[in-house]
Design a protein around this ligand. Structure first.
Ligand code: PLP
Length: 400
């Protein structure tokens, strides 16, 4: 009998974590490596949030909590949904987990049956298709090209829906492209969903607060209130509050679904870290004043990177509305050969050659379901970005 499960055999490990590990190995071996692979802000968790965690420890808030979140945090989450998204949720409609990743996973495990499908627009966050596979479902990938700003059209959504569709996973602003849907663009998609009452929406709003220029974030249940009863609105504190290591994500939706997710969590990890939950209460209820200055910094870095990449022959880099990623196309470079003699057959070869020949770590597009592209995370210093862009420019200039 085979030791490993057949389900696991269908799943691949996270390629973003693989790139980060490879970059760390090269660094440890003494190479001068600039890592642009990590999906986390480079600034520290704000002091008021750390203080709340220290206070939680000092007052003995170090024991098991309610399985899917302390009442104080559920209250803070309800207040956040009202304040930011004009959505009314009761604490019984809220679930807190160890990161947004676990929220999404719980929801899929709680709902998927063999043969049921999940629509995932590509480029997608790497974990969606594999989570669907782990949950026993079938991912249905809809490719959204650069020419359509990486956004799914209502026609594409309509064509992807079948009687077996259970969920649409929606992510705006997106990881890996940074693309954000306007109210009207989202409305066109929710209009399609209104014609298919069996399809549920899992909206991953993790980058809500990282929205730039005139872009206004919006979320499906806000744009189409009639979808409220079949929408799971997912969010978390990792990105906006620089709290990736604290592992707190949350969601709100119909009580029946939230109860099923609680059941999954109760038989797997139980409650998320008690101290992190108290820190998250402060993140949501405390000052939001540092978000705007952080975003100013991100906009400056985004502009720096987009300008440098677009100056390279064979590279096209759209300007994203949010998050901290860019997703340039390298269609113009495929088929060329690097200075070290590597034939750039696809984006994975490109990213590997770039890392080995210049020490710049990026993630190849095929990991996100749309090629030939690569993803840069610009959540790092201006100096790192300037040097990395210079090395990418030189690398591309030497391709023959
Ligand atoms: N969703 C998206 C689109 C992400 O990019 C990430 C993290 O990279 C997550 C969810 C998970 O975030 P966390 O588990 O840290 O809350």
């Amino acid at each position: 009998m085979e030791l490993l499960s057949r389900t696991l055999a269908r799943v691949k490990p996270s390629p973003t974590i693989a790139v980060t590990t490879k970059a760390q190995e090269l660094k440890a071996a003494g190479r001068d490596v600039i890592g642009l692979g990590a999906g986390e802000p480079d600034f520290d968790t704000p002091q008021n949030i750390k203080d709340a965690a220290v206070a939680a420890i000092a007052s003995g808030k170090t024991k098991y909590t309610a399985v899917d979140g302390i009442p104080e945090l559920k209250q803070a989450i309800c207040a956040k949904f009202k304040r930011d998204n004009d959505l009314d949720y009761k604490p019984a409609q809220v679930s807190v987990s160890s990161g947004g990743k676990q929220v999404l996973y719980n929801a899929l495990i709680a709902t998927m049956n063999p043969g049921e499908e999940v629509i995932i627009p590509a480029p997608y966050w790497v974990s969606y298709p594999d989570m669907v596979l782990l949950a026993g479902g079938t991912p249905v990938i809809v490719e959204c090209q650069l020419e359509q700003s990486f956004k799914m059209t209502p026609e594409q959504l309509e064509a992807a829906i079948t009687p077996n569709t259970k969920w649409l996973i929606f992510n705006s602003p997106s990881n890996p492209t940074g693309a954000g849907y306007t109210w009207d663009e989202l409305r066109a998609l929710t209009d399609v969903l209104m014609r298919h009452p069996h399809v549920w929406v899992m909206t991953d709003d993790m980058y809500e607060h990282l929205a730039y220029d005139d872009f206004k974030f919006c979320t499906p249940a806000q744009v189409e209130p009639q979808l409220y009863d079949r929408t799971l609105t997912v969010n978390g504190v990792s990105k906006a509050y620089a709290m990736t290591g604290w592992r707190i994500g949350y969601a709100a939706g119909p009580e029946k679904l939230i109860g099923a997710m609680r059941k999954v969590q109760s038989q797997s990890t139980s409650n998320p870290c008690s101290i992190s939950q108290y820190a998250a209460v402060e993140a949501l209820n405390g000052t939001q004043d540092y978000i705007a200055p952080h975003n100013e910094l991100f906009v400056r870095r985004r502009n720096l990177v987009v300008k440098a990449l677009n100056a390279i022959d064979g590279v096209i880099c759209p300007v994203p509305e949010g998050a901290f990623y860019v997703y340039p196309s390298i269609a113009g470079l495929i088929g060329k050969t690097s200075a070290a003699g590597t034939l750039i057959e696809n984006d994975e070869v490109f990213a590997t050659a770039l890392l080995e020949e210049t020490g710049v770590a990026v993630v190849f597009g095929s990991a996100f379901g749309l090629s030939p592209n690569f993803r840069i995370s610009y959540a790092t210093s201006d100096e790192n970005l300037t040097e990395a862009c210079k090395r990418i420019t030189d690398f591309c200039a030497q391709l023959r």
